[in-house]
Ligand binder design. Sequence first.
Ligand code: NAD
Ligand code: MLT
Length: 314
Amino acid sequence: MAIELRRVLISDEVDPKCVEVLQSHGIEVVKNTKLSKAELLTEIQKYDGLIVRSATKVTADVIKAGTNLKIIGRAGTGVDNIDCQAATERGIIVMNTPGGNTLSAAEHTCTLIISLTRDLARAAQSMKEGRWDRKAFMGTELNGKTLGIIGLGRIGREVALRMQSFGMTTIGFDPIIGADVAAEFNTEWMPLEQLWPRVDFITVHTPLIPATTNLINDAVFSKCKRGVRVVNCARGGIIDEAALLRALESGQCGGAGLDVFVEEPPKDLTLVQHPKVTATPHLGASTVEAQSRVAVEIAEQFVDLAQGKQLFGA
Ligand code: NAD
Ligand code: MLT
């Protein structure tokens, strides 16, 4: 059944191709990334559809104010900035573009893993500051090390394949992806309790849900080898930030690569400024290619809906 989509609001920085695709199908588009919450609450009633990235918080009051809203689109994977339950209660469809930024997020994860082994960020900074400090930056090889991948979905498996090319052994856990599927990307599935003592690096690729909140905590760090390094390019809060700081201070954790934070941007910069932390401001999907793909995909999904075609999303 086709849904009448006359006007769409884009309230976050989404690639211009999104506007082009919608307009070429006769849909009126307003892009305004500067709306305050109060302005959004007033404006939203004029629109049939809303497209966001992660900056706009589509809370229950925004959804309630959107009396004409039929669809909310997320140009990206995570829909944690959208109150999906409130949308569902009002019969509003929520769509995302789950595969569009997979490769970029996987590549960024690998970048963080590789950077950690050579303390790249600090070494580069030391040269900018005029130093030539070769003794301060003794690295480790990735070859022969074991990478534990928590969450073997779209991004987790791409990380596995890429890090294997550096000679890493990949092991992982996922409650839904079984050992047979993990074996297809050369990854040995095992329960977490078996995984922790074996890993040199841990990378998390799960959604942030109650079961994954603070999944990497004090108890987990204590079960790992001393100096284990961790990467979070998924969602802030999967690694307990306070536990991570304690583990970095004690040396139990040898380094962390963080793209995501419990609070974004983080007000408390203790972790970000820690010498053993390489931090990036949620850049996993920030590539020309990924942003172009998610923009086109979400627009095409809106057009499909307007034309009564089959819906897609995850
Ligand atoms: P996905 O749905 O393909 O994979 C997630 C996997 O996590 C699933 O296989 C699921 O079964 C598994 N999982 C769920 N609960 C688990 C648990 N308790 N323990 C272990 N595994 C569990 O998702 P994806 O596309 O691979 O995305 C992974 C994460 O990366 C999401 O949080 C997403 O929002 C985030 N992400 C971040 C960026 C970024 O810019 N940093 C970009 C894209 C995606
Ligand atoms: C996502 O969930 O897709 C990521 O957080 C990337 C983003 O859109 O910023």
